[in-house]
Design a protein around this ligand. Structure first.
Ligand code: SAM
Length: 232
């Protein structure tokens, strides 16, 4: 990574509306007016999610590459891995990853900041997932709302891009993660400054790449990592 990378806008994906696909087995996403359709295939099911996109509430209103990678990984693991579990997604944006987790049988809390809640609610409704997916506000660094049950699984995709939020995200992970919590953290490296996030994270967590993902060789070429976080 060159020095000039830190001068680039970390959200250039958002600015350019890139449609580049870094998920190997996924058919190309299809645009339907304001909606985008994603299909992910796994050993026991194919999951199709329709997403309303809306860039007006902020960068979370479009689909991000690490979210696609994490969604594909969940489907590849098969529905048994999430069925009946309490799942919490941080920084859900459009809700893609959480919606996929709901379609795989999880009880999902999709969370983000207030401006993103409407687009998530619309996407939950459009995918007929109201019985499995709850949308709620969760601002990193603030107290976790009491009505969110302790999650068995936490999903995080493409949430490392804004330095002032780094300690807030680490704080929220600390607040939520217990000894038995599984944390899947999918990250796209964009700038050298991202190291500061991992320097903070290292004080509270250790991590490994998920061990069983044949797609890794493909998405790592796009500087994406899918990590398993464990609290120290
Ligand atoms: C780059 S987007 C990724 C969205 C989605 N996870 C995906 O992969 O498509 C980052 C998300 O983090 C959310 N976010 C940023 N700062 C936050 C904060 N302090 N508290 C809660 N969410 C935050 C943004 O609103 C946005 O939806």
């Amino acid at each position: 990574m060159s020095d000039s990378d830190d001068d680039r806008d970390p959200l250039d994906h958002f600015m350019q509306g890139s449609s580049e696909s870094i998920v190997p087995d996924q058919p190309p996403s299809v645009r339907h007016g304001d909606t985008l359709q994603f299909s992910f295939s796994g050993p026991d099911t194919t999951v199709t999610v329709n997403l309303i996109l809306d860039a007006s509430p902020g960068c979370g209103g479009v689909a991000w590459p690490a979210g696609e990678v994490l969604a594909q990984y969940l489907v590849k693991q098969g529905s048994i891995s999430l069925q009946g579990k309490n799942i919490l997604e941080l920084g859900s944006g459009t809700g893609l990853v959480g919606l996929v987790a709901g379609m795989l049988g999880g009880n999902v809390y999709l969370t983000d900041q207030a401006p993103l809640l409407n687009i998530m609610r619309e996407n939950v409704a459009m995918n007929k997932l109201s019985s499995r997916c709850v949308v709620t506000e969760l601002n990193w660094g603030e107290l976790v709302p009491a009505d969110i049950p302790r999650p068995n699984v936490i999903l995080v995709a493409d949430c490392v891009y804004f330095e002032p939020a780094f300690p807030l995200l680490v704080q929220t992970l600390c607040d939520l993660v217990g000894a038995d919590t599984e944390v899947l953290f999918c990250y796209k490296k964009r700038r050298k400054a991202d190291k500061q996030f991992f320097a903070l994270l290292k004080k509270k967590f250790k991590w490994t790449h998920v061990p069983d993902d044949p797609a890794r060789a493909t998405y790592s070429r796009d500087s994406i990592s899918l990590l398993w976080l464990t609290k120290l």
